[in-house]
Unconditional design. Sequence first.
Length: 245
Amino acid sequence: MSDNNPWTRPDHPPPRRNRAFIIAGILIAVTAGLWLLSRAFPERTLSGMDEARMLQLILIITVAGSGILMSRQFTLKESARNIAIWIAIAAVLVVGYLYRDLFSDFGARFTSALMPGEPVATGGHTVVLSESDGGSYFATGEVDGQRVRFQVDTGATDIVLSPEDARRVGIDIEALRYDSETSTANGIGHGASYTVNQLSIGPIHFSDVPVSINQAPMGTSLLGMAFLRRLKSFEFKSGKLLLHW
């Protein structure tokens, strides 16, 4: 009974001449593929580290490809087909490596669109928030280790915690003095000044952050201008709020 397992070494391995042809073909094909990619994407330059990693990738592809191809007997047509397959694999890997920052940014924006309240970090110290169905921007962050959902409100002066969120953070809201006025989009409310140890929105971290604890119940806590002014800049663009830090 014949063994059709492609991973089994045949009784009669390919001649040495065919082996050399296969290895040379893979090397030439991969080199030609890289040259074509450099012509197709001239704006992408490689650093010394990138070149070293690319050489390592070529060697891995060559060794793996030649090892698999030489484990069986192939006709010239089959060898050419398999070499073409490895060229395609190498091209995909190289393009993915050269444009890893672009693909990462696309993936981050796609995630942000699916979950508008989740801050998504992209390249260049930027966090993306997607517009909700109601036209507002929300951000799920952490205050002293507890997750808090904020609404970004450019009409609010302070960072405002709702009584419910403040209680979850561990603040004794009954012991606070609500002697300050807090400006929000819904009008003037009474709040108590407080300083939290840590406040973060995705990779954006601030320490010793003054906040206001609202006395009346709120639908959600607010990120006002006191937070936005701590950033390098922020901008609204095509249904996205970009926080540059």
